[in-house]
Unconditional design. Structure first.
Length: 317
């Protein structure tokens, strides 16, 4: 208790000394000092408000110099990302090139390029000479194959793939799909995928067709939904050579394709009509020799005009 009183006495002495010192100053000097202190405080307050904050310099190995990931808001769709170890990939975009939009899709093909497609093979008498001509000119194509013909001519399908061409699904027996039941549709698609995969596995190649074309272009929402679920896109054409018609000659085929120029999705055939009822139609040509003969003229013209070819997947990624 005595120490506390002594301490209080000392504090009182200090305060008295300070007050005595201030009271001993001239009044005018004291007033000027107070004004100076007030002015300095006001100036510092203004500077603090209007001046930008000076960033603190961190050492080079400081964590704050590394890019910072913003913390998402609680209601943000990304707020749970840290809890997901393997986020799902973005849905695949289904491409449906049909009669209405084929010209618009063809316009997306790069300048000086054409997509050549061949339907209804493989058949030895037509597919093999077509492959030889494509190889001669260094051109690539997409072959929409019939599954039943792949089962008969697996060696030709293997040659198609070994030459760097694309293989696509054209059903197993070339029916009008819209006249089938959903189960029959599925079987036509799946069986063709399977026979292609098994054929190419024999030469050590794993292959899954990425494109489908409906026979006769006959498709509806049900067909397209099943194509999409199997991971394929659908493609018709922007230029039909009508090479299946009995009156179509090699000269007519070549003229149509050459006049069509670049940026075209061209339909030709390396196989004859598979459907027996359609084969009996008198306007259907039982031969594809006009197509074989026309191809060399077409590719010679392309080369002379600096035009080359792309597969469907190359053209539309």
């Amino acid at each position: 208790m005595g120490r506390l009183e002594q301490s209080n006495s000392q504090e009182s002495q200090k305060s008295g000394y300070i007050m005595t010192k201030w009271s001993g100053m001239p009044r005018e000097s004291l007033r000027m000092l107070i004004c100076l202190l007030l002015a300095t405080g006001a100036l510092l307050s203004i500077i603090f408000v209007i001046s930008p904050k000076i960033p603190q310099i961190q050492p080079e190995n400081s964590p704050s110099t590394q890019p910072q990931t913003p913390t998402p808001r609680p209601d943000s769709p990304h707020s749970q990302e840290k809890e997901v170890s393997n986020p799902s990939p973005a849905p695949r975009q289904f491409i449906n090139i049909n009669y209405e939009n084929a010209a618009a899709y063809a316009a997306q093909i790069p300048a000086k390029y054409v997509v050549l497609t061949f339907d209804d093979g493989p058949m030895p008498e037509y597919t093999l000479p077509i492959l030889n001509t494509l190889r001669q000119y260094g051109m690539k194509a997409t072959f929409f194959v019939i599954g039943a013909r792949v089962a008969q001519h697996c060696d030709i399908l293997q040659r198609i793939r070994q030459d760097g061409h694309e293989i696509a699904n054209h059903t197993y027996s070339h029916p009008r799909l819209t006249q089938l039941s959903p189960e029959q549709m599925q079987r036509e698609l799946m069986k063709t995928q399977q026979v292609i995969r098994q054929c190419l596995q024999r030469i050590g190649k794993t292959y899954q067709p990425r494109w489908f074309r409906a026979p006769y272009g006959d498709q509806n929402a049900e067909v397209l939904a099943r194509v999409n679920r199997l991971g394929m896109n659908s493609a018709l054409w922007s230029l039909d050579t009508q090479d299946w018609h009995i009156e179509t000659t090699a000269e007519m085929i070549a003229k149509d394709v050459i006049q069509g120029g670049d940026r075209q999705l061209v339909l030709m055939h390396d196989g004859t009509e598979y459907n027996e009822a359609m084969r009996a139609n008198p306007i259907v040509n039982p031969s594809r020799q006009p197509t074989v003969d026309a191809l060399s003229r077409i590719l010679a013209n392309y080369r002379a005009n600096g035009i080359s070819t792309l597969t469907l997947s190359e053209a539309f990624n």
